[in-house]
Design a protein around this ligand. Structure first.
Ligand SMILES: [Cu+2]
Length: 117
């Protein structure tokens, strides 16, 4: 039930975001992604998050199982430790496409961050 409530909340956030023009999150600001069992969620599972160089993405764990954030390919590599609570923020300074997975649940648990100049 907790998970259902979270997904409903994420859906409400998505509706808010979809009501605004589909611009990339600008530099100096941040996008949020939720981590549930077993998916990355923004508006949908396996989201494509579009930001500008200099913006951040913050992952928020809302899971019972442990998950990680691992940039498997892209202009830069980074990783957050495997855990089931808390949050992790990464600032993207280099433009390009980042393929991100959970190291424990790849290849199914994945998402993409596209960073514009
Ligand atoms: Cu995982």
């Amino acid at each position: 039930m907790r998970r259902r409530a979270l997904l409903a909340a994420a859906g409400g956030l998505a509706a808010t975001l979809l009501a605004t023009p589909a611009a990339a999150t600008p530099a100096g600001s941040g996008a949020n992604v939720f981590i549930v069992d077993n998916a990355f969620v923004r508006d949908v599972q396996r989201p494509v998050v579009r930001i500008s160089a200099g913006a951040t993405v913050t992952w928020h764990w809302r899971s019972r199982q442990s998950h990680s954030v691992l940039a498997r390919s892209g202009p830069a590599r980074f990783a957050a430790p495997t855990r089931n609570h808390g949050s992790f923020t990464h600032r993207f300074t280099r433009a390009g496409t980042y393929r991100i997975v959970c190291a424990l649940h790849a290849p199914g648990m994945k998402m993409t961050v596209v960073v514009a100049r």
